[in-house]
Design a protein. Structure first.
Length: 72
């Protein structure tokens, strides 16, 4: 009778390392996709701040819209 696996301990270690690598890569891809989606979406306040910084709106309009956003 043969006890154990045909791979031996070396094959088992390689298989475990492969699974750890697989799940690590999969988790990294998911995290990067979530972060990328958040960067493109942006919050309304952040968009408003960017518009103020670019000079598209003045400080008075910024404060008016900011108060409106916070009241909701």
């Amino acid at each position: 009778m043969y006890y154990g696996t045909p791979m031996g301990w070396g094959g088992f270690v390689v298989m475990m390392l492969g699974m750890v690598l697989f799940w690590s890569v999969l988790l990294t891809v998911v995290v990067l996709l979530v972060r990328r989606r958040d960067d493109h979406g942006g919050s309304a306040l952040r968009i408003l701040e960017d518009r103020l910084a670019r000079g598209e709106i003045d400080a008075e309009e910024f404060e008016r819209v900011r108060k409106t956003l916070r009241s909701r």
